[in-house]
Write a protein that binds this ligand. Structure first.
Ligand code: SAH
Ligand code: SF4
Length: 407
């Protein structure tokens, strides 16, 4: 059952934390310190641990190996000892959808016992473009927040992902895309121009509010950014928040990645309705936290996301108020066409209106890219693959699972 918490007229769901982790944990997602401690626990002498951690790190995060047995720089005994207690498992792919535009969306089942709840599942999306390949990663199963235009917000079940489940999404996507050194790529034509790899950028914009799961998100992103492993630079990692003000500074100080803020409205009255967290942390507080974001400069701007909702927040006055509001903050503005979902009361703004809005933003000196909707044919809006798959019968789900395993 999901409990409701009420604070100052703001209602949110309480995360469930009563699932049981698998008996045999995966090493994917462990920090160097955690790996060293595990090696100590299985009898590796202290003097050797640093070197062994370095070797394991290379096999796990640089090469993407899924079997201990292939890790030839480790002794046979150590490989056997590791295999006895641990795995290198990633989340299980339950469904994979490929859009005509090359966007790929995976529904992932997380390991562990859910004690009678249905399996815990999240989504992860790969969006190839000419200059970059972006992986959109989830931080929670569902979301405790209830933004009125967001489908994830309607989902009842909520739990925080562990760092290994967050890193596991990146590992799974690199597996599926053949994105490891020396791997054969199953798919052609998806490497961005001038890049060696498919996945060049990470955005924490999947399911969940990353700043409500900051410790795990931090550990995971520091692993993803580590130069001896997956090595995606912090400048190419963006964390998106609906505005958890007290954790914004920590994200900057402890992770140092790029920040995106889901603003969506310029007046508190409207933002309270669209992003109910605004009742707790109103616009003025949110923008103050943005001004203080560690490392903020013209070279490291905050992205303000603004979803275009017809007749709700898309007037020219709104556009003018938006640029006034952001004055003085090194900012980028991302206008996002609303991606509708069954049952929503909102509609996407007309294209003409989006262009007029975007012109005001552009005239104020912002490059105002309108994020083109990607993967519309595969329901790529946040939260939608999960709901589409939930409508399938048990037999159809099994067939999908089998497909994912043999593919
Ligand atoms: N919880 C975080 C990150 C996940 S949502 C946040 O809210 O920022 C990632 C982005 O997608 C947010 O800007 C969110 O407002 C936006 N979004 C959610 N549902 C959407 C929809 N149906 N259409 C367009 N954008 C949506
Ligand atoms: Fe949660 Fe973000 Fe969706 Fe709001 S927009 S419900 S914070 S995932």
């Amino acid at each position: 059952m999901t409990l409701q918490l009420e604070t100052a007229g703001f209602v949110e769901k309480t995360p469930l934390e009563h699932y049981v982790a698998p008996d045999k944990p995966s090493l994917v997602g462990l920090t160097r310190a955690q790996l060293a401690a595990l090696l100590g626990a299985i009898g590796v002498p202290e003097a050797q641990r640093k070197m062994r951690v370095q070797q394991l790190w290379h096999w796990i995060y640089f090469r993407g190996f899924t079997e201990f047995d292939a890790m030839t720089s480790l002794s046979k005994e150590l490989r056997a000892a590791l295999a006895e207690k641990f795995t290198l498992a990633r989340p299980e792919v339950v469904a994979e959808q490929v859009s005509v535009d090359g966007t790929r969306k995976w529904l992932l089942r997380l390991p562990g016992e859910t004690q009678g709840e249905r399996p815990h599942e999240v989504e992860c999306v790969y969006i190839p473009d000419t200059d970059r390949g972006t992986l959109c990663v989830s931080s929670q199963v569902g979301c405790t927040l209830t933004c009125s235009f967001c489908h994830t917000g309607t989902q009842r079940l909520v739990r925080n992902l562990t760092a290994d489940e967050i890193v596991g999404q990146v590992m799974m996507a690199r597996d599926r895309l053949g994105d490891w050194p020396g791997a054969t790529r199953p798919i052609d034509g998806i490497i961005p121009t001038g890049e060696q790899r498919c996945i060049t950028n990470i955005v924490m914009m999947g399911m969940g509010e990353p700043l409500y799961n900051l410790d795990a998100v931090r550990d995971a992103l520091l692993i993803v950014a580590d130069g001896d492993g997956i090595a995606i630079s912090k400048r190419r990692i963006t964390l998106s928040t609906s505005g958890v003000v007290p954790n914004i500074e920590r994200a900057g100080a402890e992770i140092g990645c790029m920040l995106a803020v889901s603003l969506h409205a310029v007046r508190d009255e409207l933002r309270n309705e669209l992003v109910p967290l605004n009742r707790k942390y109103p616009i003025a507080q949110l923008l103050e936290a943005c001004r203080n974001y560690p490392g903020l400069s013209n070279a490291k701007r905050i992205t303000f996301e603004y979803v275009m909702l017809r007749g709700v927040n898309d007037s020219i006055d709104d556009a003018k108020a938006l640029v006034r509001l952001l004055k003085g903050i090194p900012a980028k503005i991302n206008l996002i066409p609303f991606n509708p979902w069954p049952g929503t009361k909102y509609e996407c703004s007309d294209w003409e209106q989006i262009e007029k809005f975007s012109q005001v933003v552009f005239d104020a000196g912002y490059a105002s890219p309108v994020r083109t909707p990607r993967g519309r044919d595969i329901l790529a809006a946040c939260g939608q693959l999960k709901s589409a798959t939930e409508k399938l019968s048990a037999r159809e789900r099994m067939a999908l699972r089998a497909m994912a395993m043999v593919d």
